[in-house]
Ligand binder design. Sequence first.
Ligand code: G4P
Length: 532
Amino acid sequence: MTQQNLSLIDEVKRRRTFAIISHPDAGKTTLTEKFLLYGGAIREAGSVKSRRSQKHAVSDWMEIEKQRGISVASSVLQFEYNNFCINILDTPGHQDFSEDTYRTLMAADCAVMVIDSAKGVEDQTKKLFHVCKMRGIPIFTFINKMDRQGKDPFELLEDIENVLGIRSCPVNWPIGSGKEFKGVFNRHKNQVELFDDGNHGQSIANSITGDVSDEKFNTLLGDALHSKLLEDIELLDIAGDNFDLDKILNGELTPVFFGSALTNFGVEPFLESFLEITPPPTPRSSNLGDIDPSSDNFSGFIFKIQANMDKSHRDRIAFLRICSGKFEKGMTVNHVQRKKKIKLSQPQQFVAQDRVIIDTAYPGDIIGIHDPGIFNIGDTLSEKQSNLQYSGIPQFAPEYFARVSTKNALKRKQFVKGITQLSEEGAIQVFKQPNSGMEELIIGVVGVLQFEVLEYRLKQEYGVEMLMNSLPYRYVRWIENDLSKYGKLSMPMDTLLVEDKNSNPVVLFQNEWSIRTLIERNENIVLKETSL
Ligand code: G4P
């Protein structure tokens, strides 16, 4: 094995790439910030949010984002902790999330699910969980805000199992809750960890650790809390699922941690266990079989394209997830889908809160590549094997639809150009009714905010004002059957047959009931929620 290959193997081993999924306000930003604090990437908590507003100032097309104080575009952060190199893929934190949120999950190797202890599993978490489950990636649960009065921990576990349909195994268990939240019991290490209130989470929390039977904990916790803890431990041992690494890695069992991102209680024990349990980047499937991350061919795929992050550069940035080999600045690679060679000269990486130009990067890392309009979501870049293609990124089911056209017929060309580019970026999905032209299109989006973004960007970037009529459809299904062979479909009244951009047949539905009706009326029809 060459020296170069050895260092590549070492670099892969120390990489962890994960997404944080949650419902808005569960504490994703706070937890991310605390990871950076423990990793030494920031010195004091409280800086991420202020930086976040600075970042908004440079994204001109996201005036809306600024006005509403929400983050529309998902971003990437890299930091080091205990010699691990960690990539966090952030997902938009507002209810109006977009397809980008889903796509980001395609680039992650595992996910951290943050749940508010007072609210349990919420809507957006459910949707994101569904995508993680589909990929079979490990999902870790962090039950946050234990410093507030929340639901009973056993009830929360039940909620996860009932609502999400995944078994859970607590790795640590809360000692008290609300004002009485004193620390956690680590079931793995069989160890109690009590935290010191410190300075309200601004810096790393001090802790006292030891065996649960140690007398000092009885004194520190008081009789009532101590005996409640002993009872809980016993109950968990009898009733809970056992820790099973294989099941965790297959996404069948979620390890659960309790803590408070705000006060830092339980953040470090979570990070440590998480890094210990999660795997480094694993082989990815492609048309040439599974590709080993330590193969000497540099390769990766584009999972997100973002426009105009910087006002002075109107070009786009394509986000590439590296899957194998070492990336070196200035290297020439094959753009597989376009069958062209391209030079990667100004690659960017997202370290802590800054964007920097980088010289090298490794599997698991995400790099931003300048895109003069040549990339599509799902494209593969490969240094040596020019025919390597990673499995595509599905089109996720939009939930809102509108019929759109241009106000001014003379702007038709710009309208089509704008819509095409925005759909390539993956901001919207375009459908049309069979045999209709490009003048009137049906746009599908995952979150309603995308309509505003579309309207804004068409006007700002293409000078087009559009007309938009929202449609009552909420569900979409791709038809797998070959319709030319299938014959005539029997469609329920309130449905619409359309085509996607690749002319695949798609049905729009208003409710789940009509999906069932269509299945009942059409024998052997195969419907899918996503398309590849
Ligand atoms: P998000 O990214 O998931 O949307 O959530 P974020 O971290 O922004 O947290 C949402 C709110 O919940 C914030 O309060 C934050 O301070 C609070 N929070 C996060 N973690 C904890 C925790 O462990 N315990 C408690 N008690 N609160 C927590 P905010 O008032 O909306 O914002 P701010 O003014 O505090 O910044």
